[in-house]
Design a binder for this molecule. Structure first.
Ligand SMILES: Cc1ncc(COP(=O)(O)O)c(C=O)c1O
Length: 392
C-alpha cells in the first residue's frame, strides 16, 4: 500500500492553514487523534475525571497495546509518561543506580543535550566516566570504533537514534549487537525516530527506549512513553516511586510493581494518553514501512532542491538519512529565515549548538534551519518552501 495522500491531507486539517515542516518539533495532529482527546475531555466535563477514566479503560489499555505493536514489544514493557525526557531519565537513573564510581557510559557525537547533561551530572555526582564514540566518515556512529572501546568498565551505551539537528540515522541495531555481546545496558533515545522509521526492539536489542508523542507520531503534546526490556525490569529500580509504581504493603515495607508501570506515576493526562494510542494506531494503519518510504523520498527531494539553490548548504550527515533536513544560507541568519518563512505560513525551526554541542562544534555550526517533512507533506509544498528560501 502507498500512502493515500488526499486522505492523509483531508484528515490533517492543519495542512489547509500552513506548510508544516516542523514535524520534528510537533507533527500536525490528524482528526481521529483530536477527536479522541476532545471526546475524552468532554466525558471528563460531563461525568468527572475519575469516572471518565473508568469508562475509558479499554482505550487506555489499547494505548499500551498499540505502542507494544509499534515496537514489537509486549504491553507490560511499556510505561506511559509525560514526554520523552521523563521516560529517558527514569531509565537512565535506574541504570545508573546499578553503577559505581569509575564505571563508564559510552555515548555518541550527536547526543541530545538533555541526555548529555545527565552524563555530566552522573560524572560530577557519582564519578562516572563519559566516553564518546567517534563518528565514521559519513557522520554516523562508527560501530567498529565502539566495539574497540568496550572494556570491563563500560556499563552503559546510550545513543540518540536520530538527532534533533539533522537527518542522520544512527545504526541502532549494529550498536545493539555490541551492547548485547558485552552484556551492558543499552539505552536508545528514539524521540525523533518513532513515527517516521520502523522500530523493532528485538532487532535493535535495546534495554530501554524513550519516545515522545507529539513529534513524528502526531500525538498530543504532553505525552510520551518508555519501553523497558522484560528481562531488565526487575533489576531497574526507579529513582522515584509513588503508590502507582509500588504498593505500601506493610508499615516498614513496599513492593515495586513487576512491569514497566514502575516507571509511571499515578496521575495521568488521560485524554492525551488515549489520543496517543489513537495516534499510534493511525500510524500503524498507514504502515510504518509506507510512512518511512514516503518520508525518506520527500526529504531526499527537499535536500536536492535546497542544495541546488545559490548560497544554500544542506548540513545533514550520515549515509542513512530520515525526514529531518537542515540547511544554512549565506548571509541570512537561520532565525531570520525562520521568521521570514513564518510570514508566508511556512513552519520550520532552528536547531542551536546547545542542543547537540559535540556534533555542532565539531562541524563549526552555531545554528541551522530545520525543515522536517512528514508523509502528509506534498511536492508542491516542497517547491514553495524552496522558492521562499531562494527569494531571501
Ligand atoms: C533527540 C531528542 N531526544 C529527546 C527530546 C526531548 O523530548 P521531550 O521534549 O518530549 O522530552 C528531543 C526533543 O526535541 C529530542 O530531539
Amino acid at each position: 500500500m502507498t500512502i493515500d495522500l488526499a486522505r492523509a491531507r483531508a484528515e490533517t486539517p492543519g495542512t489547509g492553514n500552513v506548510l508544516h515542516f516542523n514535524n520534528a518539533g510537533a507533527g500536525l495532529m490528524p482528526t481521529p487523534v483530536m477527536d479522541a482527546v476532545v471526546g475524552h475531555l468532554q466525558l471528563e466535563q460531563d461525568f468527572g475525571g475519575y469516572e471518565a477514566a473508568a469508562r475509558a479503560g479499554a482505550q487506555i489499555a489499547r494505548t499500551y497495546d498499540a505502542i507494544a505493536e509499534l515496537l514489537g514489544a509486549s504491553s507490560e514493557e511499556i510505561a506511559l509518561v509525560e514526554n520523552a525526557s521523563v521516560g529517558w531519565l527514569q531509565a537512565f537513573h535506574a541504570m545508573l543506580g546499578n553503577m559505581t564510581a569509575g564505571d563508564k557510559i559510552i555515548t555518541v557525537e550527536a547526543e541530545y543535550a538533555s541526555n548529555y547533561i545527565s552524563y555530566l551530572q552522573a560524572a560530577k555526582r557519582h564519578g562516572i566516566e563519559i566516553s564518546v564514540v567517534p563518528s565514521d566518515a559519513d557522520g554516523a556512529v562508527d560501530v567498529d570504533a565502539l566495539r574497540n572501546m568496550m572494556d570491563d568498565r563500560v556499563k552503559m551505551i546510550a545513543v540518540t537514534h536520530v538527532p534533533t539537528n539533522g537527518g542522520l540515522v544512527n545504526p541502532a541495531a549494529e550498536i545493539g549487537k555490541v551492547a548485547r555481546d558485552a552484556g551492558v545496558y543499552y539505552l536508545l533515545d528514539a524521540c525523533q525516530s518513532a513515527g517516521q522509521i520502523p522500530l523493532d526492539v528485538e532487532e535493535i536489542g535495546c534495554d530501554a527506549l524513550s519516545v515522545t508523542g507529539r513529534k513524528y507520531l502526531r500525538g498530543p503534546r504532553g505525552t510520551g512513553f518508555l519501553y523497558v526490556r522484560k528481562s531488565r525490569i526487575r533489576e531497574l529500580e526507579p529513582v522515584m516511586l509513588d503508590l502507582h509504581a509500588a504498593s505500601w504493603d506493610g508499615q516498614d515495607s513496599y513492593e515495586i510493581v513487576p512491569t514497566a508501570k514502575r516507571f509511571e506515576n499515578w496521575e495521568f493526562y488521560t485524554a492525551g494518553i488515549i489520543g496517543l494510542g489513537v495516534a499510534v494506531d493511525y500510524a500503524l494503519q498507514w504502515g510504518m514501512e509506507n510512512i518511512h518510504a514516503r518520508v525518506v523520498s520527500l526529504a531526499d527531494r527537499l535536500r536536492a532542491s535546497l542544495a541546488s539553490l545559490s548560497g544554500v548548504t544542506v548540513t545533514d550527515i550520515g549515509a542513512e538519512k530520515c525526514g529531518i533536513t537542515t540547511f544554512i544560507k549565506d548571509g541570512v541568519a537561520p532565525a531570520d529565515i525562520k521568521s521570514a518563512l513564518a510570514e508566508k505560513r511556512i513552519n520550520v525551526s532552528v536547531s542551536q549548538v546547545g542542543s547537540t554541542r559535540l556534533d555542532m562544534e565539531k562541524r563549526g555550526l552555531e545554528q541551522v534551519v530545520r525543515a522536517s517533512v512528514h508523509y502528509y507533506n506534498d511536492e508542491t509544498e516542497i517547491e514553495k518552501l524552496c522558492e521562499a528560501v531562494d527569494a531571501l
